[in-house]
Design a protein around this ligand. Structure first.
Ligand code: NDP
Ligand code: 2IT
Length: 445
C-alpha cells in the first residue's frame, strides 16, 4: 500500500477495534487507490480519504419483542448512514445472528462504491439486526419487524435513507416493516423502502435483479474473451434470493448450474438444478436443502464444506462474506474454473482473490457484479416518485443496460490505471472517483 493510504488504513484499524470485516473491506478499496492517487494527488487532499472511511452517522438501538410463548427477547438494531454525496443513503437490512457493528460497517462501506458504479443518485448505507428469523413464526417476525421499525422510522425517509432487503430480509419482512412505518407516519411514503410487494409499490424484476445482474456481469466478462456461458457448468453457493435468480438467469443463457447450499450443507445435482423444486422448497416452504434432495433422484447432499470442490467452469458465491478461502480457490483453479463472479458481498477472502488474479482468470468483485439489486431498487424509487409502474421487460432492459455500463466502467478504469483486466482495481477506481468528485464539489462536510 502507498504511504498516504497506509496511514488512513492504520487509523481505521485503530478507531474500529476488532471489526475485522470492516478492515478487510477498507483495505481492499485503499489498496486499489494507489494508482488513482499517483495520477490525481488531489484525491488525497482535504481529508477526503479520512472522511470517506468514517460513516456520516451510526445508529444502534434496542429492539425488544415478545415471542409466541410470551418470553421477552432483546436484539440489537443498526443503521449505518455511511455516505450521502450521491443521494439518500441506500442499502439493505440484514437479519442474521452474526450481525454486529463491524459487519454492517463493511457492508455500508462497500455499498458507497457499488451504488456509485450504478450511475444512479444513491448514497451508501446498511443496517440490520442480530435477530435470527430461522424457526420463528410469521407472528414473531412481524412483532420483531414492528419493534425494529418503531425506532428506525425516526431516521429514514424517501429523501433521507431508503432500506431494502439482504440476508434474512425478503418480501415478508419488507411488508411488515412498511406497514409499521406507514402507521407511525400516517403517510404512504412508498419510496421509503424497496423490495416492496408488486401490489403496493414494488418493481417488477427487483426480486430477480441481483442474481440476474451477477450472471449478466459474468457473461460480459466472458464476452471480452470471445466466450459465453453457453454450455458452462456452474457452482452456486447459497439458496436464497441471490442464488435462486442467478441459477434462473444462468439456465436462460444455456449454462448448467449444478450446486447450491445453505448453512446445513450443499447439494450437487449433476443433471442440473431443478429450479421449480428449489423455489418450492426455499421460497414457498422455507425448508432446508435436504428437502430438495429428498425429492430429487440423483441429487446428493454434502454436509461438510462448501461447493468449491465440485469441478466447474464458473463459480458464483451467493451466500455470505468470506465463504470462499484460499483452499477453495486452489481447488476451483485445479479443476479448471475460469470465471468467478460474486453475487454475495465480499464472499472471497483476500487470499482467494490473490490466487484468482495470479492465475489470470476472470474475477468480478461483488460491488460490481451484484450491483443489479440496488440498481433495480433505485428503479423502484424512480417508479414510486413518478407514481408509475413499468412492465417486466422495461425494468429488465434497464437492469441489463446498467450491468453492461458497470462492466464497461470497470474495464475502462482498469485500463486507465494500467492494470487491464483487473476488475477489482476497475470497480474501486471507477466507484471511488464518482463519489470523490462529488464530495469535493460539496466542500468539507
Ligand atoms: P437470503 O437470506 O435470501 O439467502 C442467504 C443464503 O445464504 C441462504 O441460503 C443462507 O442459508 C446462506 N447463508 C447466509 N449466511 C450464511 C452463513 N453464515 N453460512 C452459510 N450459509 C449462509 O439472502 P440473499 O440471497 O439476499 O443474500 C445473499 C448474499 O448476497 C449476501 O452476501 C448479501 O449481502 C448479498 N446481496 C444481496 C442482495 C439482494 O438484493 N438481496 C444484493 C446484493 C448483494 P441459511 O438460510 O441456512 O442461513
Ligand atoms: O447489498 C446490496 O446491495 C443489497 N442488499 C441491496 C440493497 C438495496 O438497497 O436494494
Amino acid at each position: 500500500m502507498q504511504d498516504v493510504v497506509e496511514k488512513v488504513y492504520e487509523q481505521v484499524v485503530a478507531r474500529n477495534r476488532g471489526e475485522a470485516e470492516f478492515h478487510q473491506a477498507v483495505r481492499e478499496v485503499l489498496e486499489s487507490l494507489g494508482p488513482v492517487i499517483s495520477k490525481h494527488p488531489h484525491y488525497a487532499e482535504d481529508g477526503l480519504l479520512e472522511r470517506i472511511v468514517e460513516p456520516e452517522r451510526q445508529i444502534m438501538f434496542r429492539v425488544p419483542w415478545v415471542d409466541d410463548a410470551g418470553a421477552v427477547h432483546v436484539n440489537r438494531g443498526f443503521r449505518i448512514e455511511f455516505n450521502s454525496a450521491l443521494g439518500p443513503y441506500k442499502g439493505g437490512l440484514r437479519f442474521h445472528p452474526s450481525v454486529n457493528a463491524g459487519i454492517i460497517k463493511f457492508l455500508g462501506f462497500e455499498q458507497i462504491f457499488k451504488n456509485a458504479l450504478t450511475g444512479q443518485g444513491i448514497g451508501g448505507g446498511k443496517g440490520g439486526s442480530d435477530f435470527d428469523p430461522h424457526g420463528r413464526s410469521d407472528a414473531e417476525v412481524m412483532r420483531f419487524c414492528q419493534s425494529f421499525m418503531t425506532e428506525l422510522s425516526r431516521h429514514i425517509g424517501p429523501n433521507t435513507d431508503v432500506p431494502a432487503g439482504d440476508i434474512g430480509v425478503g418480501g415478508r419482512e419488507i411488508g411488515y416493516l412498511f406497514g409499521q412505518y406507514k402507521r407511525l407516519r400516517n403517510s404512504y411514503d412508498a419510496g421509503v423502502l424497496t423490495g416492496k410487494g408488486l401490489a403496493w409499490g414494488g418493481s417488477l424484476a427487483r426480486t430477480e435483479a441481483t442474481g440476474y445482474g451477477t450472471v449478466l456481469f459474468a457473461q460480459s466478462m466472458l464476452a471480452t474473451k470471445g466466450d459465453s456461458l453457453e454450455g458452462k457448468k456452474i457452482a452456486v453457493s447459497g439458496a436464497g434470493n441471490v442464488a435462486i435468480y442467478a441459477i434462473e438467469k444462468a439456465q436462460q443463457l444455456g449454462a448448467k448450474p449444478i450446486t447450491f447450499s445453505d448453512s446445513s450443507g450443499y447439494v450437487v445435482d449433476e443433471a442440473g438444478v431443478d429450479l421449480e423444486l428449489l423455489k418450492q422448497v426455499k421460497e414457498v416452504e422455507r425448508g432446508r436443502v435436504a428437502d430438495y434432495v429428498a425429492r430429487r433422484p440423483g441429487a446428493r447432499l454434502v454436509t461438510e464444506g462448501r461447493p468449491w470442490d465440485v469441478p466447474v467452469d464458473v463459480a458464483l458465491p451467493c451466500a455470505t462474506q468470506n465463504e470462499l478461502d484460499a483452499d477453495s480457490a486452489a481447488s476451483l483453479l485445479r479443476n479448471g474454473c475460469a470465471v468467478v463472479a460474486e453475487g454475495a458481498n465480499m464472499p472471497c477472502t483476500p487470499e482467494a482473490i490473490e490466487a484468482f488474479q495470479a492465475a489470470g482468470i476472470l474475477y468480478a468483485p461483488g460491488k460490481a457484479s451484484n450491483a443489479g439489486g440496488v440498481a433495480t431498487s433505485a428503479l423502484e424509487m424512480e417508479q414510486n416518485a413518478g407514481r408509475t409502474r413499468w412492465d417486466f421487460a422495461t425494468a429488465e432492459a434497464k437492469l441489463t443496460g446498467i450491468m453492461a455500463d458497470i462492466h464497461d466502467s470497470c474495464v475502462e478504469a482498469a485500463e486507465t490505471y494500467g492494470r487491464p483486466g483487473d476488475y477489482v482495481l476497475g470497480a474501486n477506481a471507477a466507484g471511488f472517483t464518482r463519489v470523490a468528485d462529488v464530495m469535493i464539489a460539496h466542500g468539507i462536510v
